[in-house]
Structure formats: C-alpha cells, structure tokens
Design a protein. Structure first.
Length: 169
C-alpha cells in the first residue's frame, strides 16, 4: 500500500517537473489525492493528509514563483533573386550600441540561373552568425520567412532569425 502512495507522490513530482511554470492545477492535486483515498485504509489517513498537504504547499509555492522572462535578439537575411548579380543580398543585425551591421551575401541567381555555390556560401555565413549568437547564450526561438516579388525575375527572400535568452532576476 505504501508503494502505491509513494508512486502517486512520484507522479505528482513528475507532473510538477513537466509544468513549465512549476504549477499544477488544483484539479490535478485533487485527482492525485482521490487516487490515494480510493485505497480506504484507515491507517493510511495520515499519509493521505500528508500527501495532500505536500501537494497544496507545492502548488502554493509554484503560484508564488515569478514567471520566466526573456530578452530577444534577431538578425535578418535579405537574399535577392535578381539575375546577374544586380540585386543586393545582406545579413543585417544590430550590435550592442544599437548600430546596424551589414554583411554581404551572394545573390541566389547568376546570369544562367540558380548559383548553388552562392547558396553554399550564404549558408556558411548564416550558420556562422547563428553559432556566434549561440556562443553568447542566445537560443534560436523562431525563424520567420517572407517573400516579395512584384515581377518575374525580381524579388527578395527575407528571413528573420529570432533568438531568446532568459533574463535572470
């Protein structure tokens, strides 16, 4: 019988770890307590009350904890689809002083079509930038794409790489 109660307490701990905010709803606490009560052993009442008390205290403590806050940072890539190298492709970011930084990328198209060597070079530059942010403690959170092309043979691919870092209180 004690093993069952121990398993339920462990389940409670697992549910608490799964929760991102370290909070388990009161319905989850009641469900776990009812699981124990179903055993109908009078000598177990103390353990039941202790488990419910533990669950309530853990829930109250979780409610009082502060939510996680994040700081965000991003960089954008603009890749031109204008043939012949006439377009402009860049990686654009902001440094610590809020100054814009630009790094040239190769155009996706040459005069004869898609230039795979340029795509490979661009991938290396973008991966390097992602690794730079990761080394500084930033975690890639989202990648957002956009395309603009008013006419055939012209346009851009815009990609935003959004990173986040947890702010320590």
């Amino acid at each position: 019988m004690i093993n069952k109660i121990f398993k339920i307490v462990v389940l409670f701990g697992v549910e608490l770890k799964k929760s991102r905010t370290n909070f388990i709803s009161s319905t989850k606490i009641i469900k776990l307590a009812n699981e124990i009560i179903k055993q109908k052993k009078s000598r177990m009442k103390k353990l039941i009350y202790a488990t419910v008390f533990f669950a309530c205290i853990a829930g109250l403590n979780a409610q009082q904890s502060t939510p996680l806050t994040y700081e965000y940072k991003m960089f954008s890539t603009i890749e031109s689809v204008v043939a012949g190298g006439l377009g402009r492709s860049r990686v654009i970011s902001t440094d610590k002083n809020s100054q814009m930084q630009e790094k040239d990328l190769e155009n996706l198209f040459s005069l004869i079509g898609i230039n795979f060597k340029n795509i490979q070079n661009n991938d290396q530059i973008i991966t390097s930038k992602i690794n730079e942010y990761a080394k500084d403690g930033w975690m890639l959170d989202q990648v957002v794409n956009g395309v603009y092309g008013p006419e055939n043979g012209t346009g851009i691919f815009l990609t935003r790489y959004i990173f986040k870092k947890q702010v320590t209180p």
